[in-house]
Design a protein around this ligand. Structure first.
Ligand code: RIB
Length: 317
């Protein structure tokens, strides 16, 4: 039973703020993408809500967190429908601004084996400002976690994370799509959560996270907690004492991997924000990501609120 409300949210649930991107995903399903100069007939097409920030916010909300999205949308139809989607998902949009011009879009190609290729055109995401992000972090009470990615200007995420750290709030950076991290952003990040490719891009010797030694080396070099996703092998993270813990993923038949990493981050953030042991929070991330790859689309492939509750029960019992 909820006794008091903060804004529209119950006060007894974990609170997560996502300072990140929104995109309209334009997904083409095809056996094999064309070569340069080649035209092919695709199998099917779907328009869906995406953007790494939006996806992570939706997953965290479906898990049961109070979620605030901080973003800037364009003044186009994609902006209108994205805003409506956040309302439908129960996500607070008080810190979403609008600007003239196009919202972000992401043409995506998914091949028969479920692998994807994505081009993000950020549009209005690039109009976000550090002031907007700081205003959100300073105004929202009882934030447990702030999440960021690299589809908006890094100075915006860095400003949000700095403001979060001043309030003693933990921050998770999903360094995707990969770009070299500014010293300011790195300094204000508690957890760095890359996939295997982003991990290798961050490693000075371009090593993949195959061995515990490689993961430990990068964690020591950056002075950060590392949580790396390993595709069908699950994920690995560094503990506070520098050990590496590996969590396997449930075995599934993957048909579309788009957005799986975002469902992992959103579910992990929920687990951490709820006070679960880190190992369980990572298990939760793996369980949600492996469900998402068995269905088509990005947010459309994520567990419903009901399924999310079943996953939490299974992981924590
Ligand atoms: O991680 C998947 C997401 O990357 C897609 O939703 C697309 O919009 C891009 O941001």
């Amino acid at each position: 039973m909820v006794d008091t409300l903060r804004g529209n949210f119950p006060t007894n649930l974990p609170t997560i703020v996502v300072v990140g991107s929104t995109m309209m995903d334009m997904i083409t399903y095809i056996d094999k993408v064309p070569e340069s100069g080649e035209t092919l007939i695709g199998d099917s097409f779907a328009l869906g809500f995406g953007g790494k920030g939006a996806n992570q916010s939706v997953m965290a909300s479906r898990m049961g967190a109070n979620v605030y999205m901080v973003n800037t949308l364009g003044d186009d139809l994609f902006g209108d429908s994205t805003l409506k989607n956040f309302h439908d998902q129960g996500i607070d949009t008080s810190f979403i601004e609008r600007t003239k011009g196009a919202s972000g879009v992401a043409p995506i190609w998914v091949e028969k084996d479920g692998s994807n290729r994505i081009i993000c055109v950020p549009g209005s995401n690039n109009s976000m400002t550090p002031e907007q992000a700081v205003r959100a972090i300073e105004s929202i009470d009882n934030i447990d976690i702030v999440i960021g990615q690299l589809e908006i200007p890094q100075e915006v995420t860095a400003a949000a994370f700095r403001a979060a750290q001043k309030k003693g709030i933990r921050t998770i950076l999903n360094p995707a799509p990969f770009a070299p991290l500014s010293a300011e952003l790195l300094a204000a990040s508690d957890w760095i959560a890359p996939n295997e490719h982003e991990f290798a891009a961050m490693d000075p010797q371009r090593r993949s996270p195959d061995s515990d030694e490689t993961i430990g080396d990068l964690a020591r070099l950056l002075g950060k907690r590392i949580l790396v996703t390993l595709g069908e092998l699950g994920a690995a993270f560094t503990t506070t004492t520098g050990e590496i813990v590996r969590i396997p993923s449930p075995k599934v038949n993957a048909i579309d991997t788009t957005g799986a990493g975002d469902s992992f981050v959103g579910a992990f953030a929920y687990g951490l924000a709820s006070g679960m042991p880190e190992e369980l929070a990572v298990k939760l991330g793996c369980a949600c990501a492996s469900k998402s790859v068995t269905r088509r689309g990005t947010q459309s492939s994520y567990s419903s609120k009901e399924e999310a509750q079943e996953i939490i029960k299974a992981v924590t019992s």
